[in-house]
Design a protein around this ligand. Structure first.
Ligand SMILES: Nc1ncnc2c1ncn2[C@@H]1O[C@H](COP(=O)(O)OP(=O)(O)OP(=O)(O)O)[C@@H](O)[C@H]1O
Ligand SMILES: [Mg+2]
Length: 248
């Protein structure tokens, strides 16, 4: 699939406008997103940072189409996800999205090569082809010798790399990562960031990363800082990020 054929280049990859999202009711209501605007450009690596509870995962879930906002516009690669039906949103995710969840969401009863094959199987690929591509993706994250193990036998960092392989195996135009390096040591964190950086630079993929990890800030093209349910500041270049976060 060529993502560039889907919509003209002038449109951003992701455009969220006036997003409202609350959880709970009455006195226990939490306003997770407060009239939030957010944009990601095609082919960029955009970081989303902010304190725990400020709404980062909620924002990612909305742009991934797994959570509906209470109000606002959600347009992702030209698709209006707010207006879309449940089945249209599922079809959108299958084709366009690789998602690395904060909790890795691996299927415990499947081997890791089967886990990584899932997005391809859903797309209708034959099992043999799917597992071949899954094995390649696992090899790239350094797990080529563990293909037939169950996730429960792996460390947290290894499971995280399986989740990353699964998000990339079908080469989606939009890759969304919630804390992709949180369980990784420096070397594996660097390896994963290089893979994601290549996806953006060489394949024009849009990569959105939520992180608390200052060790990886230097990989970002732009950074959106979030506070209390809104984007509080946008750092529009690597130089602006380096100036705002001099210790990274
Ligand atoms: N399913 C839910 N039910 C109730 N409240 C929720 C739910 N999901 C999120 N919230 C609340 O919404 C707010 C934003 O949560 P969110 O998970 O988006 O934060 P976050 O920025 O991702 O935090 P962290 O860095 O800890 O992952 C929090 O106050 C959280 O308690
Ligand atoms: Mg979160």
């Amino acid at each position: 699939m060529n993502p560039d054929s889907i919509v003209p280049d002038v449109l951003p990859a992701v455009l969220l406008t006036g997003i409202e999202k609350s959880f709970g009711t009455g006195s226990s209501i939490t306003r997770a997103l407060r009239h939030t605007d957010f944009e990601a450009r095609r082919g960029e690596m955009l970081f989303l940072v902010g304190p725990s509870g400020c709404g980062k995962t909620t924002l990612l879930s909305i742009l991934a189409g797994t959570l509906r906002p209470d109000a606002g516009e959600v347009v992702v690669y030209g698709h209006d996800l707010h207006a879309a039906s449940e089945s249209e949103r599922t079809a959108f995710r299958t084709r366009h999205l690789g998602f690395i969840f904060q909790q890795f969401n691996l299927i415990p009863s499947l081997s890791i090569v089967e886990n990584v094959s899932v997005p391809l199987v859903i797309q209708g690929k034959k099992r043999r082809e799917a597992e071949g591509r899954a094995a390649d993706a696992l090899d790239r994250v350094g797990l080529g010798d563990r293909l037939h193990e169950r996730p429960g036998k792996l460390s947290g960092g290894q499971q995280q790399r399986v989740a990353i392989a699964r998000a990339l195996v079908h080469d989606p135009p939009l890759i969304v990562c919630d804390e992709p390096t949180s369980a990784l040591d420096r070397e594996n964190g660097r390896r994963v960031m290089e893979i994601l950086r290549d996806a953006a630079d060489e394949r024009g993929r849009t990569v959105i990363i939520v992180t608390h990890d200052p060790r990886i800030y230097s990989y970002a093209d732009r950074m959106a800082e979030m506070e209390d349910g809104r984007i509080s500041r946008l750092l529009d270049s690597p130089a602006a990020i380096a100036t705002a976060h001099p210790d990274t």
